[in-house]
Design a protein. Structure first.
Length: 279
């Protein structure tokens, strides 16, 4: 079992010293990875399920922030939870992700993508909310094509993206895995068909989560793929018994978040978690 930690700029703040301190503490405590979420645009009345998002929440760009984190750390892996893939052009995104990976010496290992749940955010990004899933599927294919292509260039002709003989350099240092987030059956199928891992969110029952992971694995098997990682959200106070139960369900990584933004108490929570699990 690997353990990651999430930094939410709306909760912990956008101060660069705070972000740097959090990242260094996480690395010193032995966390494998640090994740950041994304929203590209909010608006009044935006809701995810029953939770309304205040429009002034300061979501930083996750890739810019992870690049900053990479510059102040040495080992911790970089992740997104989640990057809203339909709202990024994959040709531009391929370059940005490869750049972060190269500058971090190969630590951009836990890119997790989702399709977004806010119709107004899609409209603001110029994306049809109804087709965002198909757009995400195509974007994953474009990313992988560009990273694999050589000096002869690659071409693509899809529903949303089209180009001819395009080269994208630099390349990620050792390939760049793409994990799929989401709480729907479509997300589970996308993870199986195209993902290197599945990171479900949402308010689901244990049985719903079991069915979704079974669906992801079955879809992967039908596509002739194996080795699907399974990441789940956890809590900073979870017990060893909690972790053992999730491991028995096939979970390979847990991502937790400190319960407080107060630096000293936050460090204490992180250190206690690390000590509990031998980090």
């Amino acid at each position: 079992m690997e353990f990651g930690i999430s930094y939410s700029t709306p909760f912990f703040g956008t101060d660069p010293d705070t972000i740097a301190g959090f990242a260094r503490d996480a690395e010193e405590c032995g966390f494998e990875s640090l994740y950041l979420p994304e929203h590209v645009a909010l608006y009044r009345g935006a809701k995810i399920g029953p939770m309304e998002l205040p429009p002034s929440l300061p979501y930083t760009d996750p890739l810019e922030c992870l690049s900053f984190v990479a510059a102040v750390t040495d080992r911790i892996l970089l992740g997104t939870g989640v990057l809203l893939l339909p709202y990024h052009h994959p040709v531009v995104l391929a370059k940005r992700l490869a750049t972060v990976d190269v500058l971090s010496r190969g630590r951009m290992r836990l890119l997790t993508v989702g399709v977004g749940a806010l119709p107004g955010e899609a409209r603001a990004a110029g994306v049809d909310f109804a087709t965002r899933g198909r757009r995400a599927d195509e974007a994953i294919d474009v990313l992988r094509l560009l990273w694999a292509g050589g000096e002869e260039g690659v071409s693509f002709d899809g529903e949303f993206f089209s180009f001819e003989d395009v080269c994208s350099f630099p390349k990620p240092l050792a390939g760049l895995p793409i994990h799929v987030g989401g709480s729907s059956a479509a997300a589970a199928r996308r993870a199986g068909r195209r993902g290197d891992g599945f990171f479900p969110g949402g308010r689901l029952t244990a049985e719903e989560r079991r069915r979704q992971f079974d669906l992801a694995r079955a879809t992967a098997a039908e596509a002739g793929r194996d080795g699907l990682e399974y990441t789940r959200w956890g809590t900073i106070d979870m017990s060893t018994e909690d972790v053992e139960e999730l491991a028995a369900q096939g979970v390979t990584r847990l991502v937790v978040t400190p319960s407080t933004a107060e630096p000293e108490r936050r460090r204490e929570e992180m250190a206690a978690f690390a000590a509990r699990f031998g980090r």
